[in-house]
Write a protein of this length. Sequence first.
Length: 123
Amino acid sequence: METYSISQLATEFAVTTRTIRFYEDEGMLSPERNGTTRIFHPRDRIRLKLILRGKRLGLALSEIREIIDMYDQTPGERGQLNHLMEKIEERRQALLEQKRDIDLMMAELEEVHSKCQSRLGEL
């Protein structure tokens, strides 16, 4: 079975070793130990990949942990994927709302800017 060092995973995923140790401290990764050396297995590598993907999607660490942990519980991968799709939809809706707010704010800024230009032209 292939194993990975912390520096190999850090390089592969473009994160710091401190980041990986943080996820280990949070109980999301469980490397084997040989003295002070961490030995990561393919399961840890996949979990790290899922953690980082979840962070990129804007999910909270607690949400990511919940989704990852579901894989080993009933209903397993099916439940995990359904839950992930729910979280993605929630995140999508939140981003759409933020986008609408930004669009409104941009329109207001444009209107105020235009009024300022007009007033400067009058002065």
